[in-house]
Write a protein that binds this ligand. Structure first.
Ligand code: UD1
Ligand code: UDP
Length: 363
């Protein structure tokens, strides 16, 4: 059994890390194919270093571009490597252009595709990620659904139940494997002059938010209102897409502490100790739920409805007054919910299933 692990962006490196570690531990034959969708040190290499992952065997260096450019370049590069390597299965994770291109290139060569984090749906096709995840799911042979709800989404679309495995989300493994290491190794709170619980943490990078001036302005105005109301630091490790748009739209960042995107250990520790997190990230909605930290999501919908059901998260959109109101609601809820994303053994289950050790019922 030879596995090709295809990845290309920050969340894929983090969420594939438990699968890669499991392959290493078990001596399963695999290689990493990096598409180069993310390439800046703080969006890419820092995660290989901190998570102690082996270097990719291949890097396609596709870089940034329009959706078609990026997807097309990745498909061409992935096809070339797959013809050379002939793996038994290609693994992709999540909903990026890397995922769609990797899955399409593999399936057209009749190589089996395993989709880690299958079955998430926002039912909002304006999001590039929704298109990517729907298409990737429909060409996949192994659908590793993180939750029962994700499995039901797939079955509603007619996907054969025999292909779907409820494994839990590998982000739980990544959080459990790294939180203690982060606590021992990094001093990010001291470095940024912060005290536990006495700051809010923010991330925002979704295309449909930050590329639209009015929405990005709404988010920043919301943060200003929160700063005025609570008078505590608001820390915003800013994604490069957002940095670019803030400059282009000439927006003010007066009441916010902007820092560069952080390594996973630093970010995890900041999340775990935050009074509250505001975000439009998918992974951050999950991590806050796992860590028991209240989350306000700067979107109108979510493909992680489990977080709303257990009460760790609230949808605020991008209207400033609604963001402030949502913060007030969530501050009363800290930590009193269950984690719906699994027990931290998703990576082990995925490798078991791929290598044939799956006689147990994983549902
Ligand atoms: C991509 C994914 C998104 C995921 C996010 C994780 C798609 C369609 N989008 O969005 O689903 O949530 O990654 O962070 O696949 N840039 C850099 N350095 C980098 C990478 C990007 O400066 O290493 C800048 C470039 O100006 C680029 C912009 O960020 O144009 C956007 O990058 P891109 O990979 O197209 O999309 P993300 O917003 O990162
Ligand atoms: N993250 C990080 N440093 C940061 C911001 C986020 O390591 O400065 C991590 C975060 O812990 C989570 C992942 O990046 O695991 C989420 O990635 P992102 O928000 O870019 O993408 P999404 O999850 O929305 O696809």
């Amino acid at each position: 059994m030879k596995i090709a692990v295809i990845l290309g962006t920050r969340p894929e490196i983090i969420k594939m890390s438990p699968v890669i570690r499991e392959c290493e531990k078990r001596g399963v034959e695999y290689f990493i194919l990096h598409t180069g969708q993310h390439y800046s040190h703080e969006m890419d290499k820092v995660f290989f270093e901190e998570l102690e992952l082996p270097q990719p065997k291949y890097n396609l260096d596709v870089g940034s571009g329009t959706h078609a450019e990026q997807t097309g370049k990745i498909m061409i590069g992935v096809e070339r490597i797959l013809l050379q390597e002939r793996p038994d299965v290609v693994l992709v994770q999540g909903d990026t252009n890397t995922v769609l291109a990797g899955a399409l290139a593999a399936t057209k060569l009749h190589i089996k595709v395993g989709h880690v984090e299958a079955g998430l749906r926002s039912y909002d096709r304006r999001m590039p990620e929704e298109v990517n995840r729907v298409l990737a799911d429909h060409v996949s042979d192994y659908l590793f659904a993180p939750t029962e709800n994700a499995k039901q989404n797939l079955m509603k679309e007619g996907i054969d139940e025999n292909k779907i495995f409820v494994t839990g989300n590998t982000i739980v493994d990544a959080v459990y494997q790294n939180l203690e290491i982060a606590e021992k190794k990094v001093n990010v709170l001291e470095d940024l002059g912060l005290k536990p619980r006495e700051y809010f943490l923010v991330t925002a990078h979704r295309q449909e938010n930050v590329d639209v001036k009015e929405r990005l302005k709404g988010i920043l105005k919301g943060l200003e209102l929160i700063h005025t109301e609570f008078s505590i630091p608001i820390v915003f490790p800013m994604h490069p897409r957002t940095q670019k748009r803030v400059k282009e739209f000439k927006l003010s960042l007066d009441s916010i502490k902007i820092v560069k995107p952080l390594g996973f250990l630093e970010f995890l520790l900041l999340e775990a100790n935050a009074g509250l997190v505001l975000t439009d990230s998918g992974g951050v909605q999950e991590e806050t739920c796992i860590l028991g930290v209240p989350c306000v999501t700067l979107r109108d919908n979510t493909e992680r409805p489990e977080t709303l059901e257990v009460g760790s998260n609230i949808l605020a959109g991008t209207i400033p007054e609604r963001i402030l109101k949502s913060v007030k609601i969530m501050l009363s809820r800290r930590g009193s919910w269950r984690n719906p994303f699994g027990d931290g053994r998703a990576g082990e289950r995925i490798v078991n299933i791929l290598t044939g050790y799956h006689n147990q019922n994983y549902a």
